[in-house]
Design a protein around this ligand. Sequence first.
Ligand code: FES
Length: 154
Amino acid sequence: MSNSEILVKELADKYGRNRESLMPILQDVIEVRRYVTDEVLVSVAKELDLSAAEVFGTASFYSFIDTKEVGKYVIRLCKTIVCDMKGKDAIIGALESTLRIKVGQTTPDKKFTLFTTNCLGWCHKGPAMLINDEVYTELTPGKAIEIIENYMHK
Ligand code: FES
């Protein structure tokens, strides 16, 4: 049995083998591994007796479930209308030039991945971004760079 199969089996033991266990299992995998591989998704489908299409569909529907390898810190900058009007483009520019990557990419040292995402629910304090589970609001390009620099030294 591979490590992924063992992990998924343990989580299925913990949460039960039914449709409702799908999200908690995927969330736990993310916590341990930061992203889910195809192998994990296939194992989850087997353990829960769901179709692979359903499991892959669920994983790709939620933008916080990464199905490709990501860096240690995953930045998700809101691209929805309020943050857009409040200057998210300037924040993207600042993040891209500080990290020397484009949206969708991971730094060569695998420390940062930069994504845009839909509304994070912090519109009143936009522009907003998440770094892993931490939310940062009322961003300016300078503030965004400062935040990233702090993470660089972590
Ligand atoms: S529009 Fe950006 S947090 Fe809602």
